[in-house]
Design a protein around this ligand. Structure first.
Ligand SMILES: O=C(O)CCC(=O)C(=O)O
Ligand SMILES: [Fe+2]
Length: 351
């Protein structure tokens, strides 16, 4: 067994088990009913399934989702080419102090380095975010995409994929709204000037998969995440019922969907954002592509009025500003901090 740099080594209680049961139970939802829109009963059934998946798991997979397979295959092929380039080529589009997006291979999750390389790009151009996490600083800055010259089709494949998955993610938000008893478009306004971004993840083979993780345990901080994973496997979810780490089985042409922190707050804890992590292995590289659906930077995230209107369900969170939250997070994923990074429980109202 090889060795890895101590920066990648997880504390013993967070190291993965190399042999785990593959999940039986993470719901698999067939979305074919939403295409035709002429069968209200079938749509209602999908809404019910999504509601119970969000409540019981915070995770589910979808098939017959309407994203053309070729578009997904093309972006994956371009990602493989990009990560296969020499480091000096990739670092031409490296994320740095001025640009939060691009290529990056030194990300930290909870202060431990992840065994991965990423390429991030914003879905909307321009995307505005606060210039700093300081609540008194009203300056904004723009996230700019840094496109590499090679491979030549990379940008086009990324942009095409982004448009398709954006549609799917907004559709799923509609179904989630309905599952909460709200109008389908209840959340739509938050995403008009979205801060959504897409990440291409490359997890190279790792000599010590029992010590390191491709990505350490975390919750996604935005609204919703739509992940395409290849057939290697490694994504693990902390099961709500017993806290066990459960593997998310790769299913061809399916997307893995998970609830982010924003939905947890909007739904006043009805749908929780669940911890997950990524295992690596010593033989195979793995690719995944999460789409992080995030609201506009000025969104004040708080429990929805309609859901807290009665005395049995008082608000469980204080309002917070999304843009400040995300700029705070971005800083902590590149620097080692002595304090824990920002989390939604810091806005929790204790009864
Ligand atoms: O690689 C994966 O399957 C998921 C990655 C992930 O959880 C993330 O990037 O937030
Ligand atoms: Fe994640």
């Amino acid at each position: 067994m090889g060795e890895v740099d101590p920066a990648f080594v997880q504390d013993p209680e967070h190291r993965p088990k190399l042999w785990v049961n593959e999940a039986e139970g993470i719901p698999l939802i067939n979305l074919s009913a939403i295409k035709s829109e002429d069968d209200p009963e079938a749509i209602e059934e999908v809404v019910r399934e999504i509601g119970s998946a969000c409540k019981e798991w915070g995770f589910f997979q979808v098939i017959n989702h309407g994203v053309p397979l070729e578009i997904h295959q093309k972006v994956e092929a371009e990602a493989r080419k990009f990560f296969g380039l020499p480091l000096e080529e990739k670092t031409k589009v490296r994320r740095d102090e001025w640009s939060a997006l691009g290529y990056y291979d030194t990300e930290l999750t909870k202060n431990v380095r992840d065994w991965k390389q990423v390429f991030d790009f914003a879905v909307d151009v321009p995307t505005f975010v606060p210039a700093s996490p300081d609540p008194d600083d009203n300056n904004l800055m723009q996230w700019t995409n840094q496109w590499p010259q090679y491979p030549p089709q990379f940008r086009e494949a990324c942009e095409e994929y982004s448009r398709e998955v954006e549609k799917l993610s907004l559709k799923i938000m509609e179904l989630i709204a309905q599952s909460l008893g709200l109008g389908a478009n209840r959340f739509s306004g938050y995403f008009k000037e979205q801060t959504s971004f897409i990440r291409l993840n490359h997890y190279p083979p790792c000599p010590s998969p029992q010590l390191a993780l491709g990505m350490g345990r975390h919750k996604d901080s935005g609204a919703l995440t739509v992940v395409a994973q290849d057939d290697v496997g490694g994504l693990e979810v902390k099961r709500k019922s017993d806290g066990e780490w459960i593997r998310v089985k790769p299913i061809p042409n399916a997307f893995v969907i998970n609830v982010g922190d924003n939905i947890q707050v909007w739904s006043n804890d009805k749908y929780e954002s669940v911890e997950h992590r990524v295992m690596v292995n010593s033989e195979k590289e793995r690719f995944s592509i999460p789409f992080f659906l995030n609201p506009a930077h000025y969104t004040v995230v708080e429990p929805l009025q309609e859901l807290i209107a009665n005395e049995q369900n008082p608000p469980k969170f204080r309002p917070y500003n999304w843009g400040k939250f995300i700029t705070h997070r971005k800083l902590s994923s590149s620097k080692k901090l002595n304090v824990e990074n920002i989390q939604i429980y810091q806005f929790k109202i204790h009864e």
